[in-house]
Each structure stands twice: as structure tokens, then as C-alpha cells.
Design a protein around this ligand. Sequence first.
Ligand SMILES: [Zn+2]
Length: 469
Amino acid sequence: MLSCAMVKLTNTLTGTAEPFTPADGKTVRMYTCGPTVHDFAHIGNFRTFVFEDVLRRHLKSKWQLLHVMNITDIDDKIMRKAADKGVDIREYTAPYTAAFFEDSASLRIEKPDVVTAATDYIPEMVTLVQRLLDTGHAYREGNSIYFRISSFTAYGRLSRLDRRELKVGARIDADEYEKEQPNDFVLWKGPKDETEKKWDAPFGTGRPGWHLECSAMAMKYLGETLDIHCGGVDNIFPHHENEIAQSEAVTSKPFSRFWLHAEHLLVENEKMAKSKGNFFTLRDLLAKGYTASAIRYLLLSVQYRKQLNFTMAGLEQAQRSLDRIKEFLFRLRTAKLAPGATPELTDAVVSARKQFEAGLDDDLNTAQALAAVFDLVRACNIALDKEQLREEDRAAVLDWFREVDSRLAIIPSDEESVGKDDEVEALVAARNTARRNRDFAASDRIRQELLDRGIVIEDTREGTKWRRK
Ligand SMILES: [Zn+2]
């Protein structure tokens, strides 16, 4: 572990960048709102999950981390779609949950330490509702239980709602919320009809409201006060506001010390919408031939608090940036170098490390961190041109790139860029013979054959080198 320079994170509760350390000085207890598994996740969702992954990796470089994420497998859409298909909700959601983790793995998003599906934590939610009823923060209306906002004076603090805007006593029981209507919200919904999936509770059969699951599962694993709670900006109201209300009403303790929110993602300068044809899941983009690594790169290239305009041109640019890193690493790994080190390069690596670390410490400024990577690539390429880069410099640069990869997960692996393959070696040798014989037609044909196999060749002063695309 590195010694801790100051990490600053913007806390939505205060609207300012505050120094962060875990409450116990050792382990960061973090909760992130997970996917609602009624469909494939879209790239707007993945912007938030990639941000949380970068945060996760950065925190792990300084402290221990306990990261919990929920899977929302109970909500109106899921109940409706499962009923339409005539299957149980677990049966309906299982493929989407699996797809979410497959997509996450493609994007090199690490799995949280604990993943909790709402359907597995009904008893914890029932207990929380009962405590809210017992303390007068909840009431029954019809066959549902609602949270009484007027009983919780801090309501609206996270989203900065003026209390005058609150429609106290008006109730909302849908999961598909009208965003601007802060009404008493449902904690436990009585069944609409006989066929709806329901669970038993002392206060009547029904099913939990969406907000309830995060409070119940977060407190189960992370205690009554978390270090960090994350989500997208559209979670601030009503979801996170309601999580705070139902948690703090029973514990009288702050539910989370820090709240972090990723800004919206636009696609081609517009809000993503199926009707506009700019709505993409990860699978849609992979099918168009874009790579998961370019998608991850683009998603993390803009700091999480800034709006990100996701464009196809941006994706192509991201791919070129990754190719630059790949080409550089290929050149660096295969260059014949003199022993020793060049002091200017030793300094360049130290300053790149510092700039990278300072960028991430400063509210996860990923743009600054990436700039540090490309500054070093540029310096090393110049040094390679001048034959000033030495063996020890190479080792130091490669060592740091491994560190960069452990934080940002964007560096192509060794196997991807340098290969050993007898068949390829034979083709490269055949092409060199053709070139020596000035048989350029044959040489071009072999180059194309290699390309078709995904092999790129480069003729350098030290001979012909090849790598996988
Ligand atoms: Zn949540």
C-alpha cells in the first residue's frame, strides 16, 4: 500500500470536495446502487459503473475496501414483464443478471465484494419497515405502508429540496417515479391482484418498495454509517433521499459520510432515448465492431462529475489512443537497449507517477491521470528515437504501466501485443525473403495474409517485428 496523500472527493451532501479517509482509518465501507435487471444495461448505466470501478481501484491502492452492491430484482417493470411471460421473477431476471456481469467483465469492471439480490433480503426489509412503523415514521394506507416525510426534518438535504416544495401527506407508490414530486413514498406495497408475487410480513403480505432494499442491505453488511455511497445523479432524488430518510429515521446516525454521484451521459449531444436511435447497450456497440476497451476508455476519460458526450467519433479516438499505447509498448518491449539508465527518463517516470496519482487523488481526475500516461509515452518515444532509453528505464516504465493498469484497466496485456507463434514467424520470414528478392507482390500478399490473421508487422532498423492487432 502507498502512503496516503490526501484523497479528495466531492460530497453531494455538502457540494464541496472534501478530504476523504475511512472512518476507522483502515477499511472503506462502500455501497453502490446496482442494476435493475429487467433488460440489458445501457452505456449510461455503465458510465456510473466504470466510475465506481475506478474509484474502487483507487481506494484499494490506499486502504482496504468492503464494497457492497445490490441487484434490484423486484420492481414494477420486472413484475409486469415476468407476469407477461408467465415466469417467476427470479427466472425472468436471471439471464439479465448474468448478462450484467458478463458485460461488466468485458469492461474490466471488478466484481464488488458482496452482491445482494433484493429477493434474498426480504426479512431484513420487513424488520426495517416494522421499526419505522414502531417509531411513527411509517403508516398504513389501504394495504400499503408509507414513509411519513413530515416526521423526518432532514428530508431534502441531499437533493437540496426546499421543504416548502414538499407535498406532505401526498402519497406515491410507483417504482417509476415522477422525479419532481416529493411525496410520502411507499415502503411496502400491498398486492395489486392475486397473481402478483408477494411475501408475508406482520403488517400484511406484499412486496418491498425499491428504496427499502438499499437501506436494509447496506446496513446489514456495512453498519449504520457507511463511508461512501455512490450512484448516478438521477439517483439523488428520490432514491438516495429516501434511503437517507428511512435509514436515519431509525438509527439517528448519518447513513453515509460521503455521497458520490456520476453525471449524465449524452449520446451524440442528446439525452439517450430509444425513440432517437441513440440508445445503446454495451452489446449494441460491440456488435457494431467497437471494442470493450475503447468503450471503457471513453467512459473513464472524462472526470465523473462532468457531463460526458459519448460519440462514435469519440470511440474511434479512444481506440486510436489505445493503439498508441499498444504500439508504444510493442516498441518498448522489443527494442534492443543498452544497459543502465538515463537520468532524464528516471525523472520522467517519477513525475508521471506523481501527476497520475495527484490526478486520481483530486476527485478522480481521470483526464489528468491519462495525460500523465501520454506525456510519458511521448518522452519515451523521443528517447527511443535518439537511442537514449536504456534497459533500466524500460523496466521502470513497464513497471509503472502495470500500476496504471491496476488502476484504470486500460493497458493492453503483454500477450495481446507481443506474440510467439511459429506459423507467424514462418510467414514473416517468407515475406522478408520476398522483399529481399524485390518480389513486392508476394510480400504484399503475405502482409495481407498476416493482417487477416490479426497480425500487424512493422519493419524497423532491428528487423521485422510483429504484434497482434
Ligand atoms: Zn440504491
